[in-house]
Design a binder for this molecule. Structure first.
Ligand SMILES: [Zn+2]
Length: 84
């Protein structure tokens, strides 16, 4: 009878240890997921910046005389230089 109780206690300890290991592994997986999400956000941010830069280049023109950015619809810069 006591042998069975001892065996049950042994199994209980093993189960507790196993649950602990599973929790550690689960936390590690969650951490790696978070890192992945952060990376994706960073990549989105970089992509957005590239798109902004691209639209800035297409929507605006740089004055060759004073170097200021002018809107596409403007044909003359504030300094008087006309768009080429
Ligand atoms: Zn100008």
């Amino acid at each position: 009878m006591y042998e069975i109780l001892g065996e049950l206690a042994n199994i209980a300890v093993k189960v507790i240890v196993l649950i602990g290991i599973i929790k550690i592994i689960k936390n590690k997986i969650d951490d790696s997921k978070t890192a992945e999400e952060k990376m994706t956000d960073k990549q989105k941010e970089i992509r957005q910046k590239e798109m902004d830069r691209y639209s800035e280049q297409t929507e605006k023109w740089t004055c060759p005389s004073c170097g200021s950015l002018n809107q596409k619809y403007l044909t003359t810069c504030s300094c008087g230089k006309t768009k080429e």
